[in-house]
Design a protein around this ligand. Structure first.
Ligand code: ADP
Ligand code: 5GP
Length: 212
């Protein structure tokens, strides 16, 4: 029976540790395909085009929207972010476990398109730690950090739409929590119901054979 993959969306406040978690998850397990988003924001030091994001200008991004090249997109703190369609569709076809690390508006659009999507929200242990991580990362100005913390307050209001909340306190524990959610999702009834139907039919045919 062909293996079907899980489509998982990981969201969370800026600075919660999503990028760090995804890196560790992919280093540890080889079943995941992480979608690389397209964005109009400027690269941070150390970020590479095609590895962390596809960095494009607004014109190019709007061209992708017009060509239906994005599965979803949203504006976040003044920049566009979107999920290139082709890679995700190809990985889903191949039955891989696909992860989209995207914000909440995009997450809800994905859930609309693919109702089986598992939505996971990553939170830091508390607000003080979030601010420390954002400041400690050293990649944003004070103004941008303030804007992102305000956005975090808005995002918190949408969290009841998610299936799971994971606390990123101890990094490795959180990685295992996320992997555990995917493992459990593979055992959801609707993913294997066909197998049970097939076994039931075979059992019923077998017992008919015995009766004759
Ligand atoms: P996000 O992708 O959610 O914006 P990052 O992955 O860039 O967040 O993490 C923000 C900062 O917090 C980084 O400097 C990262 O090293 C740090 N960080 C991430 N997870 C943890 C953790 N569990 N404990 C301490 N620091 C962490
Ligand atoms: P950052 O600038 O910190 O890399 O990302 C800002 C926010 O945009 C994060 O919440 C991140 O999850 C989200 N994001 C990244 N890629 C995408 C995407 O393709 N679509 C949407 N909707 N959000 C994204």
């Amino acid at each position: 029976m062909k293996r079907t993959g899980i489509l998982m969306v990981v969201s969370g406040f800026s600075g919660a540790g999503k990028g760090t978690l995804m890196k560790r998850l992919l280093e540890r397990y080889d079943n995941y395909a992480l979608s690389i988003s397209m964005t109009t924001r400027e690269p941070r030091p150390g970020e590479e085009h095609g590895k962390h994001y596809f960095f494009v200008d607004r014109n190019e991004f709007e061209g992708q929207i017009a060509d239906d090249g994005l599965l979803e997109y949203a504006e976040y703190c003044g920049n566009y972010y979107g999920t290139p369609r082709a890679y995700v569709e190809k990985c889903m076809e191949e039955g891989r476990d696909v992860i989209l690390e995207i914000e909440i508006q995009g997450a809800l659009k994905i859930k609309d398109k693919f109702p089986d999507t598992v939505l996971v929200f990553v939170t830091p242990p508390d607000a003080g730690e979030l601010k420390r991580r954002l400041t400690g990362r050293g990649t944003e100005t004070e103004d941008v950090i303030r804007e992102r913390l305000l956005r975090a307050v808005e995002e918190a209001r949408g969290v009841e739409n998610y299936d799971y909340i994971v606390v990123n306190d101890e990094l490795d524990k959180c990685v295992e929590d996320i992997h555990g959610i995917v493992t459990a999702s593979h055992c959801r009834v609707q993913k294997s119901i066909v197998r049970i139907e097939k076994i039931s039919k075979e059992l019923s045919d077998l017992s008919k054979g015995e009766e004759q």
